[in-house]
Design a protein around this ligand. Structure first.
Ligand code: UN1
Length: 493
């Protein structure tokens, strides 16, 4: 069986008939054969979405939301099988697979709730017998281009707010995780979404993604992925005057002050640096540590890292699963070599892991560098793997300065028992998310998610903030005076 595109309410193979494989990164088992699309399939999908838009935008938002509520229930009923598929197709350990699916359920239910809010404002008009208000309008056809690291959750971050607000969608998932995308769309179909409202085009970013961005029928591109790919989306989008919302890289840090609870900090570091094998845009790939606790902390970390069990994420006992593919593994190892060349001290890890069954997959040892200077490439560039770099500092001011000094600005964390330091950090850290006494990962769906500097382009996903991506404001003035009233001019009337 071939996993197919979903266009205009029908499951169809790509026009070329080409296919590609989805592979389990833990053992290279083939998860599925997938139809491989190109620009012709994108044309058909955008056309279907454009045709569905006029009717969908007029469906009352609470009715649209009912479909999302149903979808959330279906997801919940299938949570375990979806979670296992997350682990098989993407590699993250099963507990995190369940977290990925739960985050998708949470976002779906949260955005369904927006169907009865989608608030605008009413405000007094400056003239008598005149009424003023603002409402949110949908934008049109939205292209949702999503990454493989949260193959269930992140598509819901885009698709659900887009749909509840009355847009129609063409969904282009990462080519490493197409089968989960098919499952998500099947759920939306079962929940009763009308034909053409959500369309799925499977295939590589280079052809399908580019064709979507360039398509004149697409009004908004919502993209999560690497900063390099995101820059390409921004440039192409600008030429065509499209709305573009970008969610890209991170170089997130955990600050550990001299008064921190070190046991707590170690738990947060292990979870944030090596959870999902470091393949989160929120992963802690820098540790900014007060010099006076550096030795104790590194000893504790090395012991904990050495005890992490690598393996197939389907086994409940596995702590760290594989990385996504061979190319990514090469990139991660390349950064180990760069770190050594730059003069950082490799404390543990730094090699591909090929023991036992792991030889069949793409496993990389959790890796810790010490003696890292803030300007080194391993402290500046996103690695997207299980590698973290420890930078020693002498004060809170220095920690905050080092924290803020990268091209990215997604998530930060500080471990301290001093409320004054915590509040100074919350005020002066310039990332989109700041945690106190918790790691850099674990964002909740009802708060804005996104980053400053090169992490994004000013938008926030999740929470009500997401509605600003997927809607435009329309201001409405109703003059019931029965005469011509001139704003700014008839001051005395
Ligand atoms: C991502 O890595 O792109 O806060 C998203 C977290 C998750 C979302 C991560 N809730 O780590």
């Amino acid at each position: 069986m071939v996993y197919r595109n979903y266009i205009g309410g029908k499951w169809v193979e790509s026009k070329s008939g080409n296919t590609f494989e989805s592979v389990n990164p833990a053992n290279r088992e083939i998860i599925g054969i997938v139809t491989k699309s190109d620009a012709a399939d994108v044309d058909a999908a955008v056309e279907a979405a454009a045709r569905a838009f006029p009717a969908w935008r007029k469906v009352p938002a609470p009715r649209r939301a009912e479909i999302l509520f149903r979808a959330g229930q279906i997801m919940l009923a299938h949570k375990e099988e979806l979670s296992q598929l997350v682990t098989r197709e993407m590699g993250k350990v099963i507990k995190e697979g369940r977290g990925d699916v739960q985050e998708g359920i949470d976002m779906t239910i949260y955005m369904a709730g927006e169907g009865r809010r989608l608030f605008g404002h009413t405000t007094p008009a400056e003239l008598p017998d005149k009424f003023a208000m603002s409402v949110r309008d949908p934008i049109g056809v939205v292209a949702a281009i999503t990454p493989w690291n949260f193959p269930f959750a992140i598509p819901t971050w885009k698709i659900m707010p887009a749909l509840v607000a009355g847009n129609t969608v063409v969904f282009k998932p990462a080519s490493d995780t197409p089968v989960l995308a098919v499952k998500l769309v099947e759920i939306m179909e079962e929940a009763g979404l009308p034909a053409g409202v959500l369309n799925l085009v499977l295939g590589p970013g280079g052809t399908v993604g580019d064709a979507l961005i360039a398509h004149p029928g697409v009004s908004l591109v919502s993209f999560t992925g690497s900063t390099d790919a995101g820059r390409g989306v921004a440039v192409k989008g600008a030429q065509l005057m499209k709305r573009v919302s970008l969610e890209m890289g991170g170089k997130n840090a955990i600050i550990v002050m001299d008064d921190a609870d070190l046991d707590l900090a170690v738990d947060g570091i292990i979870w944030s640096a090596f959870g999902t094998s470091g393949q989160r845009c929120t992963a802690a790939s820098r540790l900014i540590v007060h010099q006076s606790v550096r030795q104790e902390l590194t000893d504790m970390l090395v012991a904990r890292i050495g005890a992490l069990r690598l393996g197939d994420g389907l086994q409940e006992s596995t702590d760290v699963g594989p990385v996504i593919n061979a190319l990514q593994m090469q990139k991660i190892h390349g950064y180990t070599e760069i770190g050594i060349e730059e003069g950082a001290r490799l404390l543990i890890g730094g090699e591909a892991y090929r023991e036992g069954d792991c030889a069949k997959g793409f496993f990389y040892e959790p890796t810790l560098f010490d003696g890292v200077r803030p300007e080194m490439r391993i402290a500046q560039e996103e690695i997207f793997g299980p590698t973290t770099a420890l930078i020693a500092v002498e004060s809170l001011d220095e920690a905050i300065e080092v924290n803020n000094n990268t091209r990215y600005g997604l998530s930060s964390s500080i471990y301290t028992r001093d409320a004054n330091k915590a509040f100074r950090a919350m005020r002066d850290i310039s990332t989109g998310i700041v945690y106190v006494n918790a790691g850099t990962i674990g964002a909740e769906v009802h708060l804005p998610f996104g980053g400053t500097r090169g992490t994004g382009n000013g938008h926030r996903e999740a929470g009500q903030a997401a509605l600003d991506i997927f809607t435009e404001w329309k201001s409405l003035y109703v003059d019931f005076s029965g005469r011509l009233q001139k704003a700014q001019i008839d001051l005395d009337s």
